[in-house]
Design a protein around this ligand. Structure first.
Ligand code: ZN
Length: 410
C-alpha cells in the first residue's frame, strides 16, 4: 500500500487553519475590547467625525522704513512740463510689494507743509505734498508722522502735513491737529481683523513741542503710552502695532534704551514693534511673552532702515520691507502673528534723460535680473553692492537670538 504521506500534512494543515482562525478571532476580540472599551451594548457607536476646521482670516501688513526726502531725490522726479513731482516712479519696482499687502505703513521723515513753506532737505525737511497722492497710488495706506522732523516746519507744518495726507486718502498716526484727534485710538478694520497702530518719537531735534499744544507730536512717554495701549485694547484691537522712532543714528545694533522700551511695550500689551530712525537696519527678534498663562509670540524690528534717501553710503543705502501675516480665529477671537517675511531693499541711482534718477529695488530680485541681463540700468558696481547688501542683511545679521520674556500679566 502506498504510503499516504500527504494525509498527515493535510490533516496537520487543517489543524493549523483552525488554529489560525481561532487566533485571528481572539485577536479581533482583543482588539475590539481594546478599541471599544467605551462601547456598551445597546449604545450606538460614536461616529468618528473630524474636528471642524477653525474659521479664521489672515491679513498681510507691509512695513517699510524712512522716507528721508532729500532734495536731490525730490527734484529727480519733477516733471518740467507740469511741475508735478512724480514720486511713484521711484517705487515702481516695489509697487507690487506695497500694493500687494492688505495694508502698508511707512515713516514720513519729512513734512508736507506746502510750497509756501519752501522745499528743503536736511536739517529741516519739507517735501512737495504730491508725495501723499503718489504713494497712495502706489498702494501705501499709512504714513507715520511722529519723528525728529515732525516740527521742522513748526506747528503749522504738522497740521498742513496731516491735512495733505488726509486729502490724498492716506491714513496717518503720530501727530495731531487737536487734543480730540489725538484722543481717538487709531484702529483699522482689515477684513475683520482690528489692527491698532501707535507711533511715538524720542526727539523733535531740539524744537520743543509748544506747551499749549502738547497733542501736536506723540513723544515717548511711558505712562501716556500705557494709557493709549489700554484704550486701544478696550476699543477692540485684535492686534497692536507700536512704531517707536528711537535709537542711535547709524548704529546697527539696538541700544539698551531701545531694548528696554521694547520690553515695556510688550509688557504693556503691544504685539508687534516696528522701529525707525537709525537710517540703517537693526536686527529683528521674536519674543515669547506669557500673558495670563498663555504664551504669545511677539515680534520686533528694531530699525527698518531707510526706504528712500540720498544717503548713498554703505548700510544707509538699504532697508527692509517686512511683510507680516496676522491670523485671527473667528470663533474665539484669538489673533496671532503667523508669519514674517523680510525683504531687503536697496536704493539704486542711474542716469537717464540727462539727469540723475532714483529707484527702490528688492535686492534678491535685482540680483537675479542682473544675472539674467534683464535690467540694463544695473551696472557691475551695482551688482557688487547688491550682493554685499544681501550679505549684510542676511539671516546671520537679522535674527537676534530669541529671548523669553515671562510676564505675569493680569
Ligand atoms: Zn529720525
Amino acid at each position: 500500500m502506498p504510503a499516504r504521506p500527504s494525509l498527515t500534512p493535510i490533516f496537520n494543515s487543517g489543524v493549523a487553519v483552525v488554529l489560525r482562525k481561532f487566533l485571528f478571532v481572539v485577536l479581533v476580540l482583543l482588539l475590539s475590547v481594546f478599541f471599544c472599551t467605551k462601547d456598551r451594548p445597546g449604545v450606538p457607536k460614536k461616529e468618528i467625525v473630524p474636528a471642524p476646521e477653525p474659521r479664521q482670516v489672515s491679513i498681510t501688513i507691509a512695513a517699510m522704513g524712512d522716507f528721508l526726502m532729500h532734495l536731490p531725490v525730490v527734484y529727480s522726479v519733477k516733471d518740467p512740463l507740469t511741475g508735478r513731482f512724480e514720486f511713484g516712479k521711484i517705487f515702481s519696482p516695489v509697487k507690487e510689494l506695497i500694493a500687494g499687502a492688505d495694508y502698508s505703513i511707512a515713516n514720513l521723515e519729512t513734512r508736507l507743509a506746502g510750497a509756501a513753506a519752501g522745499y528743503s532737505g536736511y536739517p529741516r525737511f519739507n517735501c512737495p505734498a504730491d508725495l501723499a497722492a503718489e504713494m497712495h497710488a502706489c498702494g501705501l495706506d499709512m504714513f507715520l508722522t511722529a519723528n525728529n522732523h515732525s516740527l521742522d516746519k513748526g506747528a503749522e507744518g504738522v497740521i498742513a502735513t496731516i491735512r495733505n495726507l488726509a486729502a490724498a486718502g492716506m491714513d496717518h498716526v503720530g501727530t495731531y491737529a487737536s487734543a480730540e484727534e489725538k484722543a481717538q485710538p487709531f484702529l483699522k478694520d482689515i477684513k475683520g481683523v482690528k489692527v491698532g497702530i501707535l507711533n511715538y518719537t524720542s526727539s523733535t531735534n531740539g524744537l520743543p513741542v509748544p506747551k499749549d499744544k502738547p497733542y501736536l507730536v506723540n513723544l515717548i512717554d511711558r505712562p501716556v503710552m500705557l494709557e493709549e495701549i489700554k484704550k486701544m485694547r478696550q476699543a477692540g484691537a485684535d492686534v497692536i502695532i507700536a512704531c517707536p522712532h528711537f535709537g542711535t543714528e547709524y548704529s546697527r545694533s539696538p541700544g539698551k534704551e531701545q531694548r528696554d522700551l521694547v520690553d515695556f511695550l510688550f509688557q504693556s500689551g503691544v504685539d508687534i514693534v516696528l522701529g525707525n530712525h537709525p537710517h540703517v537696519v537693526q536686527p529683528v527678534q521674536f519674543r515669547t511673552v506669557t500673558e495670563n498663562g498663555v504664551r504669545k509670540k511677539k515680534f520686533v524690528v528694531y530699525s527698518l532702515g531707510n526706504f528712500i534717501s540720498n544717503q548713498r553710503w554703505r548700510y544707509s543705502d538699504s532697508g527692509l520691507l517686512v511683510n507680516l501675516k496676522i491670523t485671527k480665529n473667528l470663533d474665539d477671537g484669538e489673533t496671532f502673528l503667523e508669519d514674517v517675511e523680510l525683504i531687503p531693499v536697496w536704493v539704486d541711482t542711474y542716469q537717464a534723460r540727462g539727469q540723475y534718477n532714483y529707484r527702490v529695488l528688492p535686492v534678491e530680485e535685482a540680483i537675479k535680473n542682473y544675472e539674467e541681463g534683464s535690467d540694463p540700468l544695473l551696472t557691475a558696481a551695482d551688482y557688487q553692492r547688491l550682493k554685499q547688501v544681501a550679505e549684510e542683511l542676511g539671516p546671520d545679521f537679522l535674527f537676534l537670538k530669541e529671548d523669553a520674556l515671562e510676564i505675569a500679566k493680569q
